[in-house]
Ligand binder design. Structure first.
Ligand code: DQA
Length: 142
């Protein structure tokens, strides 16, 4: 079975307590459980609040068939994460729970989309399920 790496960035371990209008009510564990139900793939889940740890995990992506990543606030700041993603040659799906393009101006700066195959925004936790659907299509599984 194909293996998918799922990376969540800073403060996403606080989902459920964060602004519910933007991020919904589900915790990160709820989202992980939802994703596991989509048992077309084997998933490895990783969350970190530290940029370098996220870069190192992306570098492990060579052992996987696909990547789903929500870099959270690092989306708007991290050239290091951009560069790590650029050299990773597997399908890469960027997910944001919120309508990230229609919030504060500083969230319109995005270092990630240009090095991902697909970006999903504004679907709350369902964005992660959409990412799985995208990968199923990518691998001709539906
Ligand atoms: C986020 C959007 C980012 O701007 C924010 O910093 C996050 C979460 C989202 O999922 O909507 O932490 O990536």
């Amino acid at each position: 079975m194909k293996k998918i790496l799922v990376i969540n960035g800073p403060n996403l371990n606080m989902l459920g307590r964060r602004n519910k209008d933007h991020y919904g009510t589900k915790t990160l564990n709820d989202i992980i459980e939802m994703m596991k139900q989509e048992d077309y793939f084997i998933y490895d889940f990783f969350q970190s609040n530290h940029e370098g740890d996220i870069v190192s995990k992306i570098q492990e992506g060579f052992n996987y068939d696909g990547l789903i990543i929500n870099p959270a606030a690092y989306t708007h700041t991290s050239i290091a994460i951009h560069d790590a993603l650029e050299l990773l040659d597997i399908p890469k799906i960027e997910v944001h729970l919120s309508d990230v393009n229609n919030r504060e101006e500083f969230r319109k700066i995005n270092y990630i989309s240009s090095v991902c195959d697909h970006t999903i925004t504004n679907l709350r936790e369902d964005g992660y399920i959409e990412a799985i659907k995208y990968l199923k299509k990518f691998f001709n599984m539906i």
